[in-house]
Ligand binder design. Structure first.
Ligand code: IMP
Ligand code: MG
Length: 198
């Protein structure tokens, strides 16, 4: 009985420490449904399968935002692909100024002379993608292309480059779900949702 009470108290305390915003569904508006994502994913996967047939495809998954896209993509693309990961950080690595982008894990990649497809969640200013491509290019892959779930329109870009495979173009809105987060929350939503101001 006492053990149960202690467990219950711990659970209640844990729930109380979660910010209320992380559980408030009234602030979420679906922008792209899971069915729309699934339909578009089939189309893009078929294209990727055709483009990489007979090639040595390595998917470089950018953690954590591309988790849902990659999980679905690799089950649609019927090729013996290799899956490797990197993570981007705009701060944290000692010695870098805040805002400078570090590609963590780039040194562990095995992509030399191989056909690389880097997969990320969203192309906003393009800053992240430019840094990623630069880091991967250094290892001299045979080919290097990119795929993103979302391309944000009407945002000033740091590059003219557009990813080779884009599932959806969206307006300049802050979105969460299907891998995308706001302060590490909401990644598990099945739809891509707009996080509205309270
Ligand atoms: P960029 O470097 O400006 O292109 O931004 C790309 C990164 O910013 C993405 O990989 C995301 O992690 C994050 N990001 C940009 N826009 C959004 C958004 O609307 N929702 C969630 N994350 C975003
Ligand atoms: Mg992010």
């Amino acid at each position: 009985m006492i053990t149960r009470l202690v467990i219950l108290t711990i659970c209640l305390l844990k729930a109380a420490t979660l910010p209320a915003e992380s559980m408030d569904p009234t602030k979420l508006r679906s922008l792209i449904s899971k069915d729309q994502i699934a339909d578009k994913l089939k189309e893009v996967s078929a294209q990727i399968e055709q483009d990489y047939n007979g090639k040595d495809l390595v998917i470089v998954m950018v953690l954590k935002g591309s988790i849902c896209l990659v999980a679905d993509l690799i089950r649609e693309v019927n090729l013996p692909l290799d899956l490797q990961t990197v993570q981007c950080s705009s701060y944290g690595a000692r010695g870098t100024t805040r805002g400078e982008l570090t590609v963590i894990g780039a040194d562990r990649l095995q992509i030399h002379n191989r056909d690389v497809l880097v997969v990320d969640d969203i192309f906003d200013s393009g800053h992240t993608m430019v840094a990623l491509l630069k880091a991967l290019e250094e290892q001299k892959p045979r080919s290097l292309k990119s795929c993103v779930l979302l391309y944000k329109q009407d945002v000033p870009k740091v590059t003219e480059y557009r990813p080779d495979y884009v599932l959806f173009d969206i307006p300049n809105l802050f979105v969460v779900g299907y891998g995308l987060d706001f302060k590490e929350r909401y990644r598990g939503l099945s739809d891509v949702c707009v996080l509205e101001a309270p």
